[in-house]
Ligand binder design. Structure first.
Ligand code: SF4
Ligand code: SF4
Length: 330
């Protein structure tokens, strides 16, 4: 039996990819497949898993996959220490990334770049459908495309066929070099390069000195948990964000006020309204801040910012720095 473990965030299409892969596998004569998801917090951007199993015999085991032949990370921030534990001997990890990880078991694909180039949006799921179709001897790009044809809306067919073709070509190229690397000249990667050049050329002005901070009730200037003040963002006591981040955020956005132009794109795009305007005593907006008590680390704000004013920082490292600063009394 071939088992595929999908790691993604809500909204990235991990379960759709898991189902499409199962549909592709079961379209072969005599093959059986199943696909199912496992959701954590029901929030867009929250980590979730999906599973695909396929075999030439009926599948009776409906439990989650602990060790897989292919482990896919649709979001690079979910690919973390201990990844080997989810892999069968001889298995392969596929990561949505432009980085190389220096391990022959790990294949990087710039799936966001490919899907942005074709769809205009970073929806990486069918890139990995195509990649697994190319890597797995029981499958083929043709059955992956057939699954797209049968289970996606007609207006999406051609673009997703193109994505599958692109993924297959990149996988073959990566395997050919033996290091899983992705060619910088490959379609899709150009998009990132052009965007980076565009960001570099944009002017910016510095609005205020506001900086991100954790909610700290002991600090007199910090936002209060009093509902009257609390409601400056969308974290209302009776709203959908009533529980503080429970520790599953693995990257946090850090806002650089010097680069921020106050275009408010991050504020508008944050799915949980955890970016809020900071006002002075005269009620004038002086900057933005991020409410880390409720930020889930999805990175939407960093992607929405065209001025590179938000950087996603490893959560563990950020906490270590904070602890060190606290110990030093700063
Ligand atoms: S502040 Fe950024 S990382 Fe945090 S929840 Fe909002 S969009 Fe996601
Ligand atoms: S999107 Fe970037 S530049 Fe615009 S307000 Fe947010 S941090 Fe500032």
């Amino acid at each position: 039996m071939i088992e595929v473990l999908w790691h993604g965030r809500g909204g990235q299409g991990a379960f759709t990819a898991a189902r499409l892969l199962g549909a592709a596998a079961s379209s072969e004569e005599g093959m059986y497949a199943m696909a199912f998801p496992s959701f954590g917090p029901e929030r867009r951007g929250a980590p979730m898993r999906a599973f695909t199993k396929f075999s030439d015999a009926p599948i009776g085991d409906r439990s989650a996959i602990a060790k897989a032949d292919f482990v896919v990370y649709l979001d690079e921030t979910l690919f973390s220490e201990g990844w080997e534990s989810g892999l069968k001997p001889g298995g392969m990890v596929l990561v949505n990334s432009r980085c190389q990880f220096g391990d022959p078991r790990v294949l990087s694909l710039d799936a966001n770049g490919i899907s942005e180039a074709v769809l205009g949006r970073p929806i990486p799921n069918t890139v990995f459908l195509g990649a697994i179709a190319a890597l797995c001897p029981q499958l083929s790009p043709e059955v992956a495309k057939e699954a797209v044809t049968q289970y996606m809306a007609p207006r999406l067919h051609e673009k997703n066929w193109a994505i599958i073709d692109e993924a297959v070509a990149l996988v073959e190229k990566g395997l050919g070099t033996g290091d899983g690397s992705v060619d910088d000249d490959a379609p899709g990667n150009e998009t990132h390069q052009e965007q980076a050049a565009e960001i570099e050329s944009l002017p910016y002005e510095s609005p205020s000195g506001i900086r991100c901070r954790l909610r700290d009730e002991s600090a007199p200037e910090a936002p209060s948990l009093d509902p009257a003040v609390f409601a400056k963002n969308t974290c209302y006591p009776a709203g959908h964000l009533v529980t503080k981040n429970a520790g599953w955020r693995n990257a946090r956005p850090v806002l650089d006020a010097a680069k921020c132009t106050m275009c408010l794109q991050c504020y508008l795009y944050c799915p949980d309204g955890t970016i809020f305007k900071v006002r002075n005593d005269g009620n004038q907006v002086t900057g933005l801040a991020i409410d880390y008590d409720f930020c889930k680390g999805c990175g939407v704000c960093a992607r929405a910012c065209r001025f590179a004013a938000i950087e996603m920082v490893d959560e563990a490292q950020a906490l270590a720095v904070e602890t060190a600063l606290e110990s030093a009394g700063e």
